[in-house]
Ligand binder design. Sequence first.
Ligand code: NAD
Length: 264
Amino acid sequence: NRGLMTGKRGLIMGVANDRSIAWGIAKAAADHGAELAFTYQGEALEKRVRPLAQQVNAKIVLPCDVTDDASLDATFDAIKSSWGSLDFVVHAIAFSDKDELKGLYVDTTRGNFARTLDISCFSFTAVCARARPLMPNGGSLLTLSYFGAEKVMPHYNVMGVAKAALESSVQYLAADLGPEKIRVNAISAGPIKTLAASGIGDFRHILRWNELNAPLKRNITIDDVGGAGLYLLSDLSRGVTGEIHHVDGGYNKVGMMRTDAAAD
Ligand code: NAD
């Protein structure tokens, strides 16, 4: 390995399979020498996560449902007793009812609003609170967002509202934990075909639209996010906190694409 993460230990939350964004970041961190632990949500995903953890020599693989305080406590207690301390956490977790990831935002129900915000926003704060005492010498906390936090994207609906709250919470957490040298950042990733994304209405169209309109003229991969994640988790980004870092081929910077031949 190239050593950028040598001596660092990190917890990866949110791997569902080998298409997960969390897996892209995990691979990059492991490739550079990090020692990793993984959590999975429920037994069905355990079967997928264990072999992936094995691929990167991770010994600690734990169940964790972020809606359950006791489950979160058990996860961080286990990390504490195995490692004593922690250098980074990747939080790549979101959820909303599929039925509300289509149609209009105005039709969002109270129950799904609360659940979406709980899993997709509050859980990162709950994770940061538990990681904090395990980071006496500082650390890096990373979550995943999407452009739907900033601008309206079709079908993203309540998830966009949750991501806006998540991005704001990144700033508050960065301010709270900065004096302890704990950095808090988010990657705003372009659309990638994952399990979670398959719940979003007309996702294929969103992928195609981004490919056509992003300055880089392509969609991004989990390895692209892995590279940016490596930067934010490592000491290369030691001066960076509270940042929402876009990894989207530049899509968010474009107001309107030129349509003349030079653009093709
Ligand atoms: P994914 O389906 O691979 O990962 C989502 C993960 O969330 C799964 O591992 C799932 O088990 C976990 N999760 C859901 N509810 C949970 C709970 N109650 N407790 C514990 N874990 C729970 O999909 P992904 O696209 O890799 O998603 C990872 C993150 O990236 C999410 O925050 C997502 O919003 C964000 N993101 C995705 C895209 C995209 O286009 N795929 C773009 C930008 C941001």
